[in-house]
Unconditional design. Structure first.
Length: 95
């Protein structure tokens, strides 16, 4: 059986959904871990996988796609947190 995993990392929680090749799906949630993002991402994926009745270590080798989205960068920009940055563009390549 194949699986697709999608996670969304926010400032407080990571949400995950796992869908198997038969269309069965499960969701999971785990606290965000900003200093070690992978821990929160895999934690949420693990909860979702367990909700399908499968340990994460057994599901991951059969994972066809793993998506991760995040609002962390958007929130940092809105709150004006983080380092000051600039953008250099070569004429003719603005897009």
């Amino acid at each position: 059986m194949d699986y697709v995993v999608s996670t969304d990392t926010g400032g407080t929680f990571v949400d995950a959904i796992v869908i198997n090749s038969e269309g069965r799906m499960a969701v999971g949630k785990h606290a965000s871990t900003p200093q070690e993002p992978a821990r929160g991402i895999l934690g949420a994926a693990g909860v979702a996988s367990e909700n399908l009745g499968l340990p994460l270590k057994e599901m991951l080798p059969h994972c066809r796609m793993f998506f991760n989205g995040t609002t962390v960068t958007t929130n940092a920009m809105i709150q004006r947190l983080g380092a000051r940055t600039g953008l250099l563009i070569t004429r003719g390549f603005e897009d």
